[in-house]
Design a binder for this molecule. Structure first.
Ligand code: NAP
Length: 252
């Protein structure tokens, strides 16, 4: 018997093999959701988080798919609906990070970022919407970044993609509210994951010193915000919002 705030719900988490997405998947499973775990390259990591989610008594599907590509995003959503008969919660979490000053940035680096971190959100959402509209329920949670709100040197492409995610969220929230679908963003500050491990030490030092809490967050300090937005009645009245587990980096 499923127990918890997401009891009986079906959630699809993109980029759930590692980092923030992995912890969101674990917490959602703990709270009763059946899950589709998506990954791009890290099969072993995806299998290990799937096993952990199954240990809570949940049904889990693993789908390898590049969500930045039309066929990958379509196959991912179709597999979820075909396995579970519905999709209640979509967490658009998958993303990448590269680092360069704009003056040195190649067009390829720009395009890769916009495709991975913004186009993917549009593609997965568009594919999930018909099912959510039909059932007149849906929770779409987009993982943006506080850099989409304030920007940062050497990360203009990332900041632009994440600002795009926030704009997309607000616009879509106005389109689909009448169907009982909410659309929100989480905009974390720096969080200790593989993604941040790849940023230069000098950048991290600069960033850490300007945070009111003077430290980066951890994945278990972000996932509860996703749970808040996904759960009923906790998240019912949030839509078009951007919530910030960000060490105080952005204050609205
Ligand atoms: P991470 O540890 O590097 O994990 C990234 C995840 O995304 C992995 O599961 C990866 O799959 C997946 N992924 C990447 N590209 C993909 C694609 N095209 N298709 C499918 N899956 C893909 O990153 P993270 O720090 O957890 O970041 C997760 C999200 O939070 C990102 O959107 C990121 O921008 C955002 N964010 C992170 C921070 C931070 O400080 N960490 C702050 C603000 C926002 P594989 O393992 O298979 O490669």
């Amino acid at each position: 018997m499923s127990q918890g705030k997401l009891s009986g719900r079906v959630a699809l988490v993109t980029g759930a093999s590692r980092g923030i997405g992995r912890e969101i998947a674990r917490l959602f499973a703990e709270q009763g959701a059946n899950l589709c775990i998506n990954y791009a390259r890290s099969q072993e990591a995806a299998e290990s988080i799937a096993e952990q989610c199954r240990s809570y008594g949940r049904r889990v599907l693993i789908v390898q798919a590049d969500v930045s590509q039309e066929d990958g995003a379509r196959r991912l959503v179709e597999s979820t609906v075909s396995e579970f008969g519905r999709i209640d919660i979509l967490v658009n979490n998958a993303g990448i990070l590269t680092q360069s000053l704009v003056k040195d940035m190649t067009v390829e680096m720009w395009d890769e970022m916009i495709t991975s971190d913004l186009r993917s959100v549009f593609l997965c959402t568009r594919n999930a919407l018909p099912s959510m509209i039909e059932q007149r329920f849906g929770r779409i949670i987009n993982v943006a970044s506080q850099l989409g709100q304030k920007g940062a040197p050497e990360l203009a492409h990332y900041s632009a993609a994440k600002a795009g995610v926030i704009g997309f969220t607000k616009a879509l929230a106005r389109e689909v509210g009448e169907y009982g679908i909410t659309v929100n963003c989480i905009a974390p500050g720096p969080i200790e994951t593989d993604m941040v491990a790849r940023i230069t030490e000098s950048w991290k030092e600069m960033k850490r010193s300007e945070l009111p809490l003077l430290r980066f967050g951890t994945v278990d300090e972000v996932a509860p915000t996703a749970l808040l937005l996904a759960a009923e009645p906790d998240g019912n009245i949030y839509t078009g919002q951007t919530l910030g587990p960000n060490s105080g980096d952005v204050m609205l």
